[in-house]
Design a protein around this ligand. Sequence first.
Ligand code: ZN
Length: 547
Amino acid sequence: MKNKNKKSYSYKKNGWTYIHVSGDPKERGYDYGFICAKDFKEIQHMLGYLMFETFGHTWEYFIEEINKSFKTMTKEEFPELYQEMEGIAEGCIAGGTKTSLDEIIAWNFYMSIPYWYSYKSDSHTGKEGGGNKADDKCSAFMAVGDWTSDGKIVVAHNSFTDYIDGQYSNIILDLNPTNGNRFIMQTSPCWIWSGTDFFVTSAGIIGTETTIGGFQPYSEKYPIGYRIRKAMQYGNNLDDYVEILLDGNSGDYANSWLFGDTKNNEIMRLELGLKYHSLSRTKNGYFIGFNAPYDPRIRNLEVVNSGFYDIRRHQGARKVRLQELMDKYKGKLNIAVAQKIISDHYDVYLKKDNNPCSRTVCSHYDLDAREYMSQGDRPKPFSPHGAVDGIVCDTKLAQNMSFVGRFGNSCGIAFDKDKFCKEHIQYANFCSFLKNRPSQPWTEFKSYNLDKKKPANKNINIKINKSQLVRVEDKNYFVTNDKISRTYYTDENIEYIEPKNITIRKKQINIKSMKNKKINRIKINKTNKNTKTNTKNRTNKNKLKKN
Ligand SMILES: [Zn+2]
């Protein structure tokens, strides 16, 4: 199957996979699905295990039931998203992973499943939370005015989550739709929304959130994924976000949302319960996120056991610590300080400086014996759970459609799955699904305006590795994978995703076809004299194999 859109590209860097897609819903969805096909196959394998293990129902059961509830509604009320997901399913299939539109719809509903399922089954069963529907995830802050070094917005966020599924949220998707705002967000393969959440849009909005833990009520209307995606694509100011998120509110994945408008440097916190919500806005102040709501109505009437004042728990502990850090760095908050804060390991309960555990801003449940657990149904001792990333941004970066992220966790401590599984054999059944997360550096990602960009005329160095990955050491060139006619954009020293038949084109006008066995002429630096030959050999060899 031929691809329809040569404008898409993708590369891997420091644990992340950057993907750019653009165009109409179906074509951009197709390209996104195609690029994610291999990852999605792994996710299917994981879900096949995890859903049955957690709920006693198969993933197929959830696909069927979720589509009974939401497929028609999606098609009628969110046709653009429906078409995009159709494209994703088709792209995935073309990329070698068997799936369906129904499965993509269900996967995009994944974060809402515990809420919807509890309501539907009346069983109050859910992932790691027992009687509570809502997981506790994420630390965040957003600050402006006297708190930041330039008076503009500074924001930081990390996602903590079960490693088995959270380890897939390493996609940076830059989506440039035909209609509405372009946006760049952290997400998981084949999701049409962020889920974690962190995003920046071409309307100048930065958005993130922390979940409201122990949240109970649910009402089946529009899923949160659709609402926040609509806000990202069509919301142009903070008022739009409030209006769109409240329209069809289901109470699923109830969050304390933090939004910043870089056009006027105003920030907003929206605590979004179901029956209740509360709104705070400022151009001079800060908001922190620690999985418990300030609004007493939400905290007492919609949430069970919020942990708001309990510093043995991560809600109360981080409420204290993030406040301390905001005070400590008042007037100094910038990108470097934000990285420091979101990686913080100070334990306010034990008053220990460096004690990475469930209570710290950068969360490490896998290192926590939970001696001080005050609620038995929250994560168990040494759970494979905790921060899997960190993202920081400010007004300046957001206005360039960029942010700085670190995958693995916020602090850079490596997660070694074999070591973990050896020490905690109660989780041995998870181990074949867990991945190592090595220490990674903070990395800036930017939404390149590639659709209009023309590559410069420079020399290019190409190295073919044994693994058939190709490294192109130049910012200004494209690599095309002729087999799938896909364009990869090169950024500083990037390894590409499984390019098999590679041609390098020096300029866009100089495209050569593999079918005619014309390897384009590239000026090679003397140090890389053999490269051209290597490319040719590799290419012909692959071609032979294929034939
Ligand atoms: Zn840490």
